[in-house]
Design a binder for this molecule. Structure first.
Ligand SMILES: Nc1ncnc2c1ncn2[C@@H]1O[C@H](COP(=O)(O)OP(=O)(O)OP(=O)(O)O)[C@@H](O)[C@H]1O
Ligand code: SF4
Ligand SMILES: [Mg+2]
Length: 325
């Protein structure tokens, strides 16, 4: 296993109290595999990713429990210097907003080249050639002419390609892409996602793809982890989950995807709002919104039940949920 997150807990100490952002997350990614992480806003997807990358804001954040096993080492036990090295060379992250992640006062060629100067000890001119090669690889037209341009001179989609190039530059074994296409328009989204998926296959990288978009997931992911209130509520191979979700929350998410064959019909929405993380409901955190909730759901927190060899669901009534599709 390339990466295994075990029972991870992250809390934020705020003026109003302690926000339980991540409450026992378990997920894993193998080399060459894509794990999609889904869930509404505030469910802890990015915070989990930041903990893996070692870029969590601490304070106010605090990792209060768990392990992050990456290539047989627990990242949480390593020294800061070793984590920095891993972050530069073995894992990389792609963010939603390239413009704020790239340095506005350095040309893209300098930023890409810098990776090779710092981490590979290359000369400036060799690093420049590498930068052009990378820009070509992410299919930026006229890479050689544009290598001296600044981030703001590129379109949103091209900037996102540059960020992908930065992330891949040192051929890391793991990439975490946090909503990598959300800020782009729909046609460009698909192109950028295809590029990412293609490079991931070529380099046999593990990819964690964080997204709201269940449509994107079906095409690129091998498996899915669904998060709710800082917990994993369902994990499954991608095809099984579309065929038959084993958790009412997943079911609600799937029903809220717009479908071409149902144009004009009102879109389903899960009723209510995600919980306040300062006061997560007892029992199953989803119970106030769950159409299947029963009294036991208000008192007993569901463990991650084993649905089959590859599937888990944190619902007391996962069997009924599966059957009631
Ligand atoms: N710097 C911070 N200070 C205080 N609380 C924070 C901080 N960062 C995150 N949180 C808390 O952690 C919760 C989970 O945040 P996270 O960014 O992981 O959500 P997400 O699932 O990525 O949502 P989105 O889909 O909107 O990106 C937030 O609702 C917030 O309460
Ligand atoms: S445990 Fe109960 S409240 Fe939670 S998802 Fe299952 S049925 Fe709904
Ligand atoms: Mg996020």
């Amino acid at each position: 296993m390339l990466l295994e997150v075990r029972d991870l807990h992250v809390e934020f100490h705020t003026r109003d109290g302690v926000a339980q952002a991540v409450n026992g997350v378990n997920y894993s990614v193998e080399a060459g595999q894509t794990l999609a992480v889904l869930g509404e806003s505030g469910s802890g997807k990015s915070v989990t990713a930041q903990a893996i990358m070692g870029i969590l804001d601490m304070p106010p954040g605090r990792i209060s429990g768990g392990e992050i096993i990456f290539k047989d080492r627990d990242l949480l036990k390593l020294k800061a210097e070793e984590r920095r090295r891993i972050r530069g060379q073995e894992m990389a992250m792609i963010f939603q907003d390239a413009l704020s992640s790239l340095n506005p006062v350095l040309s893209v060629g300098d930023q890409l080249g810098e990776m090779f100067v710092v981490h590979r000890g290359m000369s400036r001119s060799d690093a420049r050639a590498k930068a052009v090669e990378l820009m070509d690889r992410v299919r930026i037209p006229a890479a050689r002419e544009r290598v001296g341009d600044y981030p703001h001179q590129f379109s949103g989609g091209m900037r996102q390609r540059i960020m992908i190039a930065m992330a891949m530059a040192l051929e890391p074994s793991l990439i975490i892409a946090d909503e990598p296409t959300t800020a782009l328009d729909v046609t460009v989204q698909a192109q950028v996602m295809d590029l990412l998926a293609e490079l991931q296959r070529e380099l046999n990288m593990g990819l964690i793809l964080i997204t709201h978009d269940l449509g994107v997931v079906a095409d690129v992911a091998d498996k899915i982890a669904v998060m709710y209130a800082g917990r994993i509520v369902e994990t499954s191979p991608v095809h099984d989950i579309y065929r038959a979700p084993a958790h009412p929350y997943t079911k609600g998410l799937l029903r809220s995807i717009p479908r071409l064959d149902q144009k004009g019909q009102e879109l389903y929405a899960i009723k209510g709002l995600p919980p306040n993380l300062l006061h997560i409901p007892p029992g199953c955190a989803f119970h106030p919104r769950c159409p299947m909730a029963r009294p036991v759901c208000r008192t007993d927190e569901p463990p991650l039940y084993t649905v089959d060899e590859n599937r888990r669901s944190a619902c007391h009534f996962w069997k009924e949920t599966l059957d009631a599709r």
